[in-house]
Each structure stands twice: as C-alpha cells, then as structure tokens.
Design a protein around this ligand. Structure first.
Ligand SMILES: Nc1ncnc2c1ncn2[C@@H]1O[C@H](COP(=O)(O)OP(=O)(O)OP(=O)(O)O)[C@@H](O)[C@H]1O
Length: 278
C-alpha cells in the first residue's frame, strides 16, 4: 500500500469564502503528517472534510489506494479513522474508564454502547473492552484515573483520556487536533513520545500550533495558508521555506517557539488573523 489516505484537489467553501483550495496530500502507513498554518488557514476544515462534517465542493479521496466517496461520520470507525477534538469532548458523568470504553465501539459487537441503550450485551465483550481500555490508559500513564470523573482531574490527564478514547478502537488513522494545547512542557514531551510510538500501529495527522512538537515528531509537514498548500516536505525543508516564515507574519519559525497564532491575543483590527476571518 503506497498511501493509507490520499486526497487530491480538495475544495471547501463557506458562502463566498474559499476555506480549502486545491489541497492535495497523502499519508503513508506509519507516517506522522503535521498540518500547520496560521489561524483560519483551513486546518480544522481539512479534518472536517475527512470526517464528513463538511461536504467538499470538489476533490477525491483514496483510502488504502482505493477511491472512496467522502466518508460520513458514522462510517469513520468502520474505516478505522479516529479523531480527537480541540475541546476534550468527555462525558462529565461517566468515569474515565467508561469514557474510554465508549470510544471502542469499532471492536465491541455488543457491550458498553449497547448497555447504554439498554440492549442485550455480551459479558465477554464488555470484559474485553474493559481490559483493552485499561491497557490503553496504562500505556498513556493514566490508569490511576480510571475510576475518577473527568472533572476531578488536571487538564493534562483529561487530554490523555481523550487520546485514550481515540486509541482504544485501534484506528488505522488518528487525527489529532491541537493535542498539545494547555499542556505543560513535561506533558508536551510525553505527548511527543506517545505520538512517535504510535507509528508502529497507525498513521497520524497532527494539527498543532506548537512548532517544536511538530518539528520533533512529524515525518512530513504540510503548511496551509488561506486554504492553499504553501509548503509540503520534511520538517527541515518546511522550516527553511521562506513562504512559511512569511505566512507566520514574518516571525521566525524556530524550534521551541510556538507559532504566533498560538500565543496571539484576540486579533487586532486589520491584522492578518482578522482579515482571514472576515
Ligand atoms: N462552518 C463554517 N462556516 C463559515 N466559515 C467557516 C466555517 N468553518 C470554518 N470557516 C472559515 O473557514 C476558514 C478556515 O477555518 P478553519 O477553522 O479550518 O481554520 P484553522 O486553520 O483550523 O484555524 P485555527 O488555527 O484558528 O483553528 C476560516 O476563514 C473560517 O472562518
């Protein structure tokens, strides 16, 4: 298989605004692909197109080298595509373990999901699901939180739970939307190690404003600006590309420095960010 996911000529518009314009990319098996770009560049819209939350005006999608219609949200788990959201999206009244188990519907023929719906379930399926969910929490170092409610836990642990929920279905492609936001330096380092370790089992697309993390863990990086791909290559190639530096308001993109978009206060009148959202 040459690519797990390939997208060609993707176009998405909202009214008169072109949010994605002729975007093409591919993700190889076991690859971590970074997607970066200033606020409003189209990163989340790209995820939304892959996940069926927006309908592309044009573009084709290949999954495991086979042409497919753009997936609908309910087809993602069956294909093996999981996503974490910018927000955490955890259920506040379910324990951490239950939150993770909810993510495993791909593997659970019957079980927690059906239990929630009051359907007959197999005890064996639920035991397996519980076992696998605990194993993923352990892998991420959050096993101790299994019986707690999300609201009782530090933000960094809640983020681990959200990641565990995406991982427990053993996806082939994991879409990570700003997983480092709100994390401490230590949390970010651990996250980098986790993402690097996922390569053996899946491909990852990482949307992230923290350049140091992107440059450290990604095999290739795609840079969007105003919905267009302005650079696509290895971290070194992208870092040295003057178009990329320019897109970030002329600020130098260096290791250890978050992109300006990450630290920016609300957009100043007439700023690049404000005009991109106009
Ligand atoms: N549902 C929508 N309706 C109208 N415009 C939208 C919608 N979603 C996104 N947009 C616009 O499309 C463009 C791309 O937005 P998108 O959220 O994909 O950017 P982004 O790169 O993810 O930004 P950020 O880094 O701030 O999350 C922006 O101009 C945004 O205002």
């Amino acid at each position: 298989m040459e690519s797990l996911l390939r997208i060609d000529g993707l176009e998405v518009s909202f009214g008169g605004l072109s949010a994605l314009d002729a975007v093409s990319l591919s993700v190889r098996p076991g690859e971590v692909l970074g997607v970066i770009g200033p606020n409003g560049a189209g990163k989340t819209t790209l995820f939304n197109a892959v996940c069926g939350f927006v309908r592309p005006a044009a573009g084709t999608l290949h999954w495991q080298d086979r042409a497919l219609p753009w997936p609908r949200p309910h087809q993602l788990a069956r294909l093996g595509i999981a996503r974490t959201l910018q927000g955490l999206g955890l259920f506040p009244r379910l324990t951490v373990l239950e939150n993770v188990m909810v993510g495993a519907t791909r593997h659970a023929r019957a079980g927690f999901a059906s239990a929630l719906l009051g359907l007959p379930r197999s005890d064996r399926d639920e035991r397996l699901l519980r076992h696998r969910s605990l194993a993923v929490l352990r892998e991420l170092g959050a096993e101790d939180a299994a019986g707690r409610l999300p609201g009782e836990l530090p933000y960094g642990v809640q983020k681990q739970v959200a990641l565990a929920r995406a991982l427990v279905g053993e996806p082939r492609l994991l879409l990570l939307d700003e997983p480092a936001s709100g994390l401490s330096e230590d949390g970010m380092r651990e996250l980098g190690e986790v993402i690097s370790g996922l390569r053996e089992r899946m491909s990852v697309i990482l949307v992230e404003h923290h350049m140091d993390l992107v440059m450290r863990v990604c095999d290739r990086v795609l840079v969007l600006d105003f919905g267009k791909v302005i650079a696509y290559g290895t971290p070194d190639e992208v870092r040295d590309d003057p178009l990329v530096t320019e897109a970030y308001l002329g600020d130098e993109v260096t290791e250890g420095t978050p992109a300006p978009a990450d630290t920016a206060a609300p957009a100043a009148p007439g700023s690049r960010e404000e005009s991109s959202r106009a």
